[in-house]
Design a protein around this ligand. Structure first.
Ligand SMILES: [Zn+2]
Length: 412
């Protein structure tokens, strides 16, 4: 039941590592029913103390500065390609060796600063880490990394090194991004996307002290209802699904068309859907976390490793497009990192049987779950919304983790 480390990558706006802090060993939960299931080895997982987030800052360079930035990217990537050819040719892939062989020659023949050359060497060396069979090529305007020696942030501008000298370039950022920038630490990537320049700034958001909690808010993540909490509040995926379907129809039309312009539109469409879904996930996670914080509760969610299996099963059943999958992980990680920022504790629980178990009498059977949305206990006749019943079970497990007893009787 190992929960794997995962990171969302830069564009998702967050990424964090996870460590296991406590193993409460073989942990038995007895169910009050004829058939008794044993939940083995519930493990508690928590997050490392620092949340790394990426602030995306849009630069507003003058026409002249655009040229300078482009030339800078171009020269840096040209050097990367030279280094790559050398590395591939001579089979020199380690950063240290590459540096030793090429740093001075590059320094003498280009206008690149020492820092940029070092970053280029490391970029090339990294690129060969996966395999050394194919020579790596870098895009003309591929991203380059800046550290604090060649880039500094002011309140509404950056001072950035270019091949033509340092430039002060204004940027536009919202309040949230500006707050994040106060914790800017380490490198930033200068990227050029669709004619615009952005800085992807790594920020180490300090952890808020975990607040004590007196209760647990169970959260069940799903497809039809993206999230349902143990209070009975649901966050419907209806709107998201509508947009997805509309896009799917448009997509089908464009695909059969096959022209260049159709391809362009397809690309745009996929971006739109992703942004919409991301926005929805931000809203839901924010509301859940603030609700838990406002009522001094911890949040209990299902363990990620089990989520995957479950959603795949559910997806197949409902014949949904597979792409919905990433959205679960996004919503879940948004809840986790927002909780972290707000000092709300997150408990991960084993989701086994949470959808089959009756919250009222504890009877656990597959037949309890009549359909996607209806839960009706075959033992006691209790009926409920299936997701809410699940959320209540998750809540119970989340609360159980916190108690220092080995055996716990569920419900009754
Ligand atoms: Zn029942």
């Amino acid at each position: 039941m190992e929960t794997p480390c995962f990171s969302l990558g830069r564009n998702c706006g967050s990424g964090f590592r996870k460590v296991q802090v406590m193993d409460i060993g073989p942990y038995t939960v007895r169910l009050r029913s004829k058939t008794s299931y044993i939940f083995k080895q519930l493990k508690e997982t928590t997050y490392i103390k620092v949340v790394k987030l990426t602030a995306k800052i849009k630069l507003n360079p003058t026409a002249e500065q655009v040229k300078m930035l482009l030339t800078t990217l171009e020269e840096a990537n040209a050097v990367c390609n030279d280094l790559s050819a050398y590395a591939f040719d001579k089979k020199v892939f380690r950063q240290f060796d590459l540096h030793k062989a090429k740093y001075h020659p590059v320094k003498e023949t280009t206008r690149l600063s020492a820092q940029v050359i070092i970053r280029c060497i490391s970029k090339v060396s990294d690129a060969y880490k996966l395999d050394k069979e194919i020579q790596r090529a870098f895009r003309r305007y591929g991203a380059i990394a800046y550290d604090s020696r060649i880039l500094s942030y002011k309140s509404d501008s950056v001072s950035v090194w270019t091949v033509e000298g340092r430039q002060k370039i204004p940027f536009r950022a919202g309040e949230h991004q500006k707050r994040m920038l106060k914790h800017q630490k380490g490198e930033s990537d200068l990227v050029y996307v669709k004619g615009k320049f952005y800085l992807l700034a790594t920020c180490d958001i300090p952890d808020t002290e975990e607040e004590t909690f007196s209760d647990v808010l169970g959260v069940d993540l799903g497809i039809v209802n993206l999230a349902t909490d143990s209070d009975g509040q649901t966050f419907s995926g209806e709107q998201v699904e509508k947009v997805r379907q509309r896009h799917a129809r448009l997509k089908a039309g464009l695909q059969s068309c096959g022209t260049k312009s159709a391809k362009r539109h397809l690309k745009k469409l996929s971006g739109m859907q992703k942004r919409f879904q991301k926005d929805v996930n931000h809203c839901i996670s924010k509301r859940l976390v603030l609700k838990a914080k406002g009522t001094q509760r911890a949040i209990a969610m299902e363990d990620l490793t089990h989520m995957r299996k479950r959603t795949e099963k559910r997806l197949r059943k409902a014949q949904r497009s597979k792409h919905s999958n990433w959205s679960f992980f996004q919503l879940r990680s948004f809840i986790a990192y927002k909780a972290r920022q707000q000092g709300v504790t997150v408990r991960l629980v084993n989701p086994a049987y949470t959808s089959q178990r009756c919250h009222c009498c504890g009877h656990t059977e597959k037949a309890n779950r009549k359909s996607q949305s209806v839960f009706a206990c075959v033992e006691c006749g209790h009926t409920a919304n299936a997701d809410q019943n699940g959320a209540l079970n998750i809540k119970l497990l989340g609360a159980a983790i916190n108690q220092p007893i080995v055996s716990i009787r569920l419900a009754g």
